[in-house]
Design a protein around this ligand. Structure first.
Ligand code: SF4
Length: 66
């Protein structure tokens, strides 16, 4: 069960300056996986700062979600 919609997770991540993909942060890089960064869906749930939804940036954004 997802607490937030895919649309919310994507939209906030798209605007976010702090987005860091989990796979990239693990040190493998994108090239090893033979994909470009653009191939990754950019969602908050794939971000290292997500922390199960406790990211303060996300919480701030979601509180303003219309
Ligand atoms: S989880 Fe937080 S830091 Fe990561 S993209 Fe979403 S709002 Fe930005």
């Amino acid at each position: 069960m997802e607490k937030y919609t895919q649309n919310q997770l994507r939209s906030i991540a798209e605007e976010c300056q702090e987005f860091e993909h989990i796979i990239n942060a693990m040190g493998y890089g994108y090239s090893l996986l033979n994909v470009s960064a653009e191939d990754f869906s950019r969602r908050c749930t794939d971000c290292t700062n997500w922390l199960g939804g406790s990211c303060t940036i996300f919480q701030n954004e979601i509180s303003q979600w219309k």
